[in-house]
Design a protein around this ligand. Structure first.
Ligand code: ARG
Length: 265
């Protein structure tokens, strides 16, 4: 009789353990989904673009996939206009955004950023035959094209008497510059130089040294449970050479050293 009782006790105990394990696993998978939804605006060559087959490609795309792989997550990209990205993050409609987004103190008020993953900066672009726009001074009173909601748009606002024209995407405002509707564009130097060198922006040139020093970060909603994991992924691919490999592949040069946090932001 005692032995039977003991058996029952054992059975109940192991059943209890089983229930505990199963329920723990369930709640783990409910809060730790292995798919990360990531917003991107694929109009920013060579960081994110749609290729002829309609698939996403670019430095940011390869980087995000490598980061996710390093921390055993998979990425589901969602295309969104750049201007709506911060508010979409605020509304927690996506887990993160990668889109050549500059880490700025203003944006930091509403979203969080990963550690910097790219060193960038703004530059002035003009038509190749333009001789009179050389710097910020000679931009005064000119028609300047910028992308809505970008750091280039913020910078243009500081130029006295400039007439600012805003566009939804990079390719549009470069076309306007080529057509002679505006005198210059202020945009991210790396992206512009890449497009000029790769023949996608014939007839344009970048005139100055960088106007600003900026760092791109992956943005998440405030207090996101994913931010730490993303940072771990960045640290891993910086340490194991994957970052270098992706950088070389897209820019044909060695990457600069990245700070652990963005200066001035
Ligand atoms: N770096 C600039 C900014 O953060 C422009 C980024 C544009 N990116 C894009 N995918 N259209 O404001």
């Amino acid at each position: 009789m005692r032995r039977i009782l003991l058996k029952w006790q054992q059975l109940i105990l192991s059943l209890g353990c089983l229930i505990l394990i199963v329920s723990c696993q369930n709640s783990y998978s409910a809060t730790n989904s292995s798919v990360l939804t990531v917003a991107t605006d694929p109009t920013f060559i060579p960081f994110e673009i749609k290729n002829a087959e309609g698939n996403l490609e670019g430095f940011d795309i390869d980087l995000m996939n490598a980061i996710a792989k390093a921390v055993k997550l998979t990425v589901k990209f969602e295309s969104l206009p750049f201007d709506g990205m911060i508010s979409t993050l605020q509304a927690k409609k996506v887990d993160a955004a990668i889109s050549g987004i500059t880490i700025t103190p203003e944006r930091r008020q509403t979203v969080d950023f990963s550690r910097p993953y790219f060193k960038a900066g703004l530059a002035i672009t003009v038509r190749a035959d333009n001789q009179d726009i050389q710097d910020i001074k000679t931009l005064q009173g000119r028609k300047i094209a910028v992308q809505i909601g970008s750091t280039g748009a913020d910078f243009a606002k500081t130029i006295p008497n400039a007439e600012i024209r805003t566009f939804n995407s990079g390719p549009d405002f470069f076309q306007d510059l080529l057509n002679g509707n505006v005198d210059a564009a202020i945009s991210d130097a790396f992206a512009t130089i890449y497009a000029i060198n790769n023949g996608k922006l014939k007839g344009l040139k970048v005139v100055t040294n960088l106007l600003t020093e900026e760092y791109y970060g992956i943005a998440t909603p405030k207090n996101s449970p994913h931010l730490d994991v993303i940072n771990q992924g960045i640290a891993k691919i910086l340490a194991n050479g994957t970052y270098k490999q992706i950088y070389r592949q897209w820019f044909n040069t060695e990457p600069p050293n990245l700070p652990e946090s963005a200066p001035h932001s």
